[in-house]
Write a protein that binds this ligand. Structure first.
Ligand code: GBH
Length: 434
């Protein structure tokens, strides 16, 4: 591990950690069901057969978790608000208490309004879900807007579309391949409507958390280059272009439901900042005409690309390669592509899964990525914050509890929290920045 100190970031740079409601809260009986409750109840959907009924029991232990944030010394905490909980009696009271606790601790609350736990009665393939979302956002903003200043509309509509609606690996478990595209459009529309609702409620610090990574062609063979470009279109441009430019990339608009001209104006509402979740780049080549197992997923043979291994790199427990300079490339690439249409960036997630409490691998991962971020800033990219995924080990979706992303270890029998070596390391990094 590098021993030279991490370079100094500008004053006011926002340091934080992230979580999401379904992954940590538990107390599933105290809210309406979400699509994830329905999905995890079906046998074989989650690798270890677990559900998030209890998870980290954060719903009952949030005070202890806020104390962990204070101990860490972060400026901000990114969490998500569960829409099914807000729909339930007393649900909004929980977020009210959490926000109060954070404010009292001097930690800025940064809620995400949707992180994949859609109420079980709703469906992103229905356009009306976007309007329902706007109504829900208005209720939340009305209650929390006096204390919450920084808002995130959606988390990773790309993953929620791809994994949840195209491949069936996540809730709601639909395997529609390209027929999943309307679910992307309706989430993006929900994003734009939410921006308008938040603006009307006086919010002036609004972003989205989109998942992005550089796409590297497997070779310079035309078939590989074309396939990689298509993958980049689906995972990166399909979700960045409408938000930042108010238009879909060429070739995609035609797949969208109906006349979307007005929708694009809504989706392209200007943002105060753009959130990027970065984990790893992807190496992509031509389709191989067969199913492939990759990164915990089974990719069907019908896809017009194949995802390949990035060789010669350490990998996390999840099998994802560790490529810190991919973050520099991603950031400079965004700056070059979007120019003055790009608002300031915040890294809303970055992290890795490793076992163990003496997690030197996680320290090395974070150290490398924070330096790579600094390099992008030195190259002129305007980045205003960095959030580690995640504060706690938690329910890692289809992987259940087997993947541990936390700076804090959670014993799922006793629910005891134990700070890992990386927690102490990050605390010291933050102290050195003051
Ligand atoms: C995020 O998704 C989620 O927002 C969060 O809830 C989740 O817990 C966290 O990340 C960890 O998974 O196989 O090398 O090509 C992350 C989406 C999709 C990013 C798969 C990395 C594959 C890397 N991820 N992608 S690789």
């Amino acid at each position: 591990m590098a021993t030279n100190p991490i370079p100094q970031f500008p004053a006011g740079f926002l340091w934080g950690v992230s979580t999401s409601a379904h992954q940590i809260e538990g107390a599933a009986g105290e809210r309406e069901p979400s699509v994830w409750d329905t999905f995890t109840a079906e046998p074989g959907r989650v690798k270890d057969g677990s559900t998030a009924a209890v998870a980290c029991d954060h719903y009952h232990r949030y005070r202890e978790d806020v104390a962990l944030l204070t101990g860490l010394g972060v400026d901000a905490y990114r969490f998500s608000i569960s829409w099914p909980r807000v729909n339930s009696p007393g649900g909004l009271d929980f977020y009210d208490r959490l926000v109060d606790e954070l404010c009292a601790a001097g930690v800025r609350p940064v809620p995400t309004l949707f992180h994949w736990d859609l109420p079980a009665t709703l469906d992103w393939l229905e356009r009306d879900t976007a309007s329902r979302f706007a109504e829900y956002v208005s209720v939340v903003a009305g209650r929390l807007g006096d204390r919450v200043k920084k808002w995130i509309t959606l988390n990773e509509p790309a993953e929620h579309t791809l994994l949840g609606h195209a491949l069936g690996a996540h809730a709601p478990g639909k395997k529609l391949l390209f027929d999943a595209i309307p679910a992307a459009h309706h989430q993006l529309l929900a994003h734009g409507l939410a921006v308008r609702v938040l603006r009307a409620a006086g919010a002036a610090d609004i972003g989205i958390a989109n998942s992005h990574g550089p796409t590297w062609p497997a070779s310079q063979e035309p078939a590989d280059v074309v396939a990689a470009d298509f993958y980049d279109l689906l995972l990166n441009r399909l979700f960045a272009d409408p938000v930042l430019l108010g238009e879909y990339p060429a070739g995609i608009g035609e797949l969208m439901p109906g006349d979307i001209g007005e929708d694009l104006k809504i989706i392209g509402e200007p943002l105060d900042w753009y959130g990027l979740n970065y984990y790893a780049p992807s190496r992509v080549g031509a389709a191989q005409g067969a199913e492939i197992e990759f990164g915990g997923l089974t990719l069907p043979a019908e896809l017009p690309f194949s995802v390949r291994e990035i060789e010669g790199r350490p990998v996390t427990d999840f099998g994802w390669p560790v490529v810190p300079e991919g973050l520099t490339e991603l950031l400079t690439g965004f700056r070059d592509r979007f120019g003055d249409r790009l608002p300031p960036i915040v890294i809303t997630e970055n992290g890795c899964s490793y076992e163990g409490i003496d997690d030197q691998d996680r320290i090395a991962y974070l150290d490398g990525h924070i330096r790579a971020l600094h390099a992008a800033m030195t190259a002129g990219v305007d980045v205003r914050g960095y959030f580690v995924w995640s504060l706690l080990d938690n329910f890692e979706w289809a992987e259940g509890y087997e993947r541990r992303f936390g700076l804090v270890h959670v014993d799922y029998r006793t629910l005891e929290r134990t700070p890992k070596a990386s927690y102490g390391w990050f605390r010291d990094v933050l102290r050195a920045q003051r």
